[in-house]
Write a protein that binds this ligand. Structure first.
Ligand code: NAD
Length: 399
C-alpha cells in the first residue's frame, strides 16, 4: 500500500499533495512551522486552495520528521534558488537528503521534483541519502525525477491538464508509480533517464527566458528609433515562422534562476555558455527601463507631486500571488523612495500580507486615487480599473 509524503509545501508541493490525497494516505511535511499551522487550520496563504478543500482531505500536516517515517513514497518539492554569487543554492535539498538518509527504509521510493542542473540527483542527492545507512539506491531504495511544469496563473495549463515527465530507471513498482502520477497530470511521459529529464526541464525555461530577453531588446531598440513597437511586431508576425513573444518583466522562481543552474554545470564541464544567460542581463535591465518610463510620465502628469498615485500589481506575474523575484515590487519600492505618497495595490495577495505592507485593500479606497500605474495586470485589477470614473489617469506599462 502506497503512503505518500510530500516534502516542501509551497506553490508546487501543496497542489501535488492535495491531488494525491484523493486516493492515498498522505502526509505533508515542511520546515516552516507557520505554514504547517496554517495548513492544519485549512489556511493557504497563497490563496490556491479553499479552507473547505483542505479540511475535507484527510492530510496529515507536520514539521516533525518522525511523523513521516511510515511513508514509502517521498516527493521532494523544496526550493532550489541561487545564492548571492548567482550559483545554485543546494541547502534545502541537502537538508532534505540528510534527513531522508536517517529515516529511509528498504523499498522506499523518492521522487525529486525541484528544478536542478543535469546530474544533480545522481551526483549530489543520492550519495547524501546513502550516507547514514547501509542501503543502496537501485537495490534497496529507488530514486526518480519528475520536473514540475505548472505555469502559475495560467488556467489553460493547470497541473491536471499538462503533460508531466516521470524519469524512473527502475522496475520496482514502476506501473504503480505511473498510476500515482496519473492522478497528478493528464499524461505521463515516461523516461528511463534522470539526467536527460533534468536537462529537459531546465532548458525549457532557458529557451523562454532568452526569447523574452530578445523581444525586450527589440522593444528597447524600437523606442530608441522612435518606432511603434506594436506595429513592428504585428508586421513581423505576418511571417509564418515569427514567434510572437511579449516584452515584459521576468520574475518568479524559475526563469531568473534556471539559466544559472545550467551555466554552472556547463562551466564545471569546461564550457562557458554563450547564450543561456543572454536573457538575464536584458530582462533585469527592464526594471530600470520601466521605472524610467513611469517617472517620465509622472513628471508630465504630476509635476507638483500632489496627486494620489496607486501602483497596481506587485507580484511577479499576472493572476499569481507570488512576490518572489518580482520586478514590479522592485520598481514600486524604488518609486516609493522618491514619492512616499505612492501606495500599492495587489488583490491577489492575502489581506494579511496587504495589511502588513500598508497596501490598499478595499474597492472604496482603490477608486479614490488620481493616477493608476498598471504593472502586473491581474484580471481583478483590469475589472476594477474599468469601473473607475473617466477622469482618472492610467499609465499602462510596456504597452
Ligand atoms: N513555483 C513554480 O511555479 C515552479 C514551477 C516549476 C518548477 N518549480 C520548482 O519547484 C521547486 C519548488 O518551488 P516552489 O515554488 O514550490 O517553492 P516554495 O518556496 O513555494 O515552496 C517550497 C517549500 O519548501 C519548504 N522547505 C524549504 N526547505 C525545506 C526543507 N529542508 N524541508 C522541508 N521543507 C522545506 C519551504 O518552507 C516552502 O514551504 C523549485 O525547485 C522550483 O524551481 C517551481
Amino acid at each position: 500500500m502506497i503512503s505518500v509524503c510530500v516534502i516542501g509545501l509551497g506553490y508546487v508541493g501543496l497542489p501535488i499533495l492535495v491531488n494525491l490525497s484523493k486516493k492515498f494516505k498522505t502526509t505533508g511535511y515542511d520546515i516552516n512551522k507557520q505554514r504547517i499551522e496554517d495548513l492544519k487550520k485549512g489556511k493557504d496563504l497563497f490563496n490556491e486552495f479553499k479552507k473547505k478543500t483542505l479540511k475535507k482531505r484527510k492530510i496529515n500536516f507536520t514539521n516533525s520528521i518522525d511523523l513521516i517515517k511510515k511513508s514509502n513514497l517521498f516527493i521532494i518539492t523544496v526550493p532550489t534558488p541561487i545564492n548571492k554569487k548567482k550559483q545554485p543554492d543546494l541547502n534545502h535539498l541537502k537538508d532534505v537528503c540528510n534527513k531522508l538518509s536517517k529515516i529511509i527504509k528498504k523499498n522506499d521510493i523518492i521522487i525529486f521534483e525541484s528544478t536542478v542542473y543535469p546530474g544533480l540527483t545522481n551526483d549530489f542527492c543520492i550519495p547524501l541519502i546513502e550516507k547514514n545507512n547501509n542501503l543502496k539506491e537501485g537495490v534497496d531504495f529507488y530514486v526518480g525525477y519528475s520536473p514540475e511544469r505548472v505555469n502559475p496563473g495560467d488556467n489553460n495549463h493547470t497541473l491536471k491538464n499538462i503533460n508531466k515527465i516521470l524519469a524512473y530507471p527502475h522496475n520496482y513498482l514502476k506501473k504503480e508509480l505511473i498510476k500515482v502520477y496519473s492522478l497528478i497530470s493528464k499524461k505521463i511521459i515516461f523516461s528511463n533517464n534522470i539526467r536527460e529529464t533534468e536537462t529537459a526541464k531546465v532548458i525549457e525555461n532557458i529557451q523562454r527566458d532568452v526569447n523574452i530577453g530578445l523581444i525586450n531588446e527589440f522593444y528597447l531598440v524600437c523606442k530608441r528609433l522612435n518606432l511603434d513597437f506594436n506595429n513592428v511586431i504585428n508586421l513581423a508576425s505576418s511571417k509564418w515562422n515569427f514567434i510572437k513573444f511579449k516584452p515584459g518583466l521576468v520574475g518568479g522562481h524559475c526563469l531568473p534562476v534556471d539559466p544559472y543552474y545550467f551555466s554552472f554545470i556547463s562551466k564545471k564541464n569546461n564550457f562557458n555558455t554563450k547564450i543561456t544567460l543572454a536573457g538575464r542581463t536584458i530582462n533585469n535591465l527592464m526594471t530600470t527601463i520601466v521605472k524610467k518610463e513611469i517617472t517620465e510620465k509622472l513628471k508630465k502628469i504630476d509635476p507638483q507631486k500632489n496627486k494620489k498615485i496607486l501602483f497596481c500589481g506587485l507580484t511577479y506575474k499576472k493572476n499569481v500571488a507570488d512576490l518572489r523575484n518580482s520586478l514590479g515590487l522592485k520598481i514600486f519600492k524604488s518609486l516609493k523612495k522618491n514619492n512616499k505618497k505612492i501606495r500599492g495595490y495587489d488583490p491577489t495577495l492575502n489581506n494579511q500580507i496587504s495589511k502588513k505592507n500598508n497596501l490598499v485593500i478595499s474597492f472604496k479606497e482603490f477608486k479614490s486615487f488620481d493616477i493608476y500605474i498598471l504593472v502586473t495586470n491581474h484580471s481583478i485589477i483590469s475589472r476594477n480599473l474599468k469601473k473607475l470614473n473617466k477622469n482618472k489617469t492610467i499609465i499602462n506599462v510596456l504597452d
